[in-house]
Design a protein around this ligand. Structure first.
Ligand SMILES: [Zn+2]
Length: 393
């Protein structure tokens, strides 16, 4: 028994050393593979970029600082929505040119989900434009780490050191934010929304007390304006200030209401429905409505107040650029907060790529979005105008 036990132990120890030897071989193979890959990439890179550099030799000797390169590099970072805390050492570049230092390393954190290829291509491009010579590009055979090196005139060496951080959140995708029901208030939440440094759309109800004032202010601040056109609802009485679309209206009456609304909110680039659970589900009314809307250079956003809405489909059928709601951010019936709703949308972007979210002219919504939009923008999400989503279709 004892012997058996011992020999069993020996066998398993032996097995372990065999398996660890196999692991070493596997690792060596992997290292060899990576080295070859890096060499190939290096020579391909030289072959592609080196010839283009030759005629620029004269300019090359004039390069004394890295300010233009830094500008270009920062443009790349902002194009990929990289927060500044992910890039270390860029500030030292200004003094580097005049200093006696020969080498400078800029360290860049790459979020785990981020695919770096496009960024590398852009970086090689600006190196060439700034007459930097790619001297080295290698993976240090450490996981999640690699480096690109460039020389400038005078032999200065600039290293870009990339390190992948799986915990760095990064999302890609586009969200268009629309805020509905503007026109009732002239300040307060309105001013909060006006201060957002992101392109939200202000949807203004024609006929409300401050419709023109808010539309003008938002337009002046560079925001997109939508006409938030009231339409007949199923269970709620819709306010009627002379712009509301009812199912009993004739083609002529609908045409007049749309024309009036367009005149009242002349800056509008699009239109979405305010309420309208009855009208948007009524095929005849929507056919008439789209015919009227077609006369103007406006896109249509279906606020989807009724799942049976035919508005989006009929807009497309009429040849009107159309979008529809992904989700409401501040539905009072929902137990979820605005922040939670937006987070859900962001995490879904991997599947959906784009989203249209609607909130309302409320203080709480304005307050949360003021923090949440920049937060997600710093984690890769692009907040865009609605027409950018139309172009993607
Ligand atoms: Zn509304």
């Amino acid at each position: 028994m004892k012997r058996n036990f011992r020999s069993g132990k020996r066998i398993s120890a032996n097995k372990r050393s065999i398996s660890s030897r196999t692991a070493v071989f596997a690792r060596l193979k992997w290292i060899a593979f990576l080295s070859i890959l890096v060499l190939v990439l290096f020579y391909v890179n030289q072959a592609v970029f080196a010839p283009a550099q030759k005629p620029e030799k004269e300019a090359q000797s004039e390069v004394t600082d890295f300010s233009q390169w830094r500008n270009d590099f920062e443009t790349i970072l902002s194009r990929f929505y990289f927060p500044s805390e992910w890039v270390k050492g860029l500030n030292r570049l200004d003094k580097f040119a005049a200093s006696g230092e020969r080498e400078l390393t800029v360290r860049i954190t790459i979020p785990g989900k981020f695919s770096i290829h496009k960024m590398i291509f852009a970086i090689l491009q600006i190196a060439r434009e700034n007459h930097l010579q790619t001297v080295e590009s290698y993976e240090k055979l450490l996981p999640n780490f690699f480096r690109l090196s460039f020389t400038a005139s005078g032999g200065k060496l600039l290293n870009l050191q990339f390190k992948t951080d799986a915990d760095a959140e990064w999302y890609s995708g586009k969200i268009a934010v629309v805020i509905d029901d503007f026109g009732y208030k002239k300040s307060g939440s309105v001013d909060r929304f006006l201060r957002l440094p992101f392109p939200i759309a202000f949807s203004v109800i024609p006929g409300t007390e401050y419709d023109e004032l808010v539309a003008q202010k938002a337009h002046d601040a560079g925001f997109d304006i939508l006409i938030h056109l009231p339409m007949e609802a199923l269970n709620t009485k819709v306010e009627n200030r002379g712009y509301t679309i009812f199912t009993k209206m004739s083609e002529k009456q609908i045409g007049e209401a749309v024309a009036k609304a367009k005149k009242k909110i002349p800056f509008a680039v699009g239109l979405n429905n305010h309420m309208g659970s009855k009208a948007t589900a009524d095929r005849r009314t929507m056919t008439r409505f789209m015919k009227a809307l077609k006369k103007y250079n406006l896109f249509f956003l279906d606020s989807e107040t009724n799942r049976k809405s035919v508005a989006y489909l009929l807009a497309q059928k009429a040849g009107i650029p159309a979008l529809k709601l992904t989700t409401y951010l501040d539905n009072p019936q929902s137990s979820k907060s605005v922040a939670q709703k937006l987070e859900e949308v962001v995490k879904n972007l991997e599947k959906t790529r784009t989203a249209v979210v609607i909130g309302h002219d409320r203080n709480a919504t304005a307050k949360i979005l003021t923090e949440a939009i920049p937060h997600w923008a710093y984690h890769g999400v692009s907040f865009v105008k609605l027409n950018e989503l139309l172009e993607n279709k």
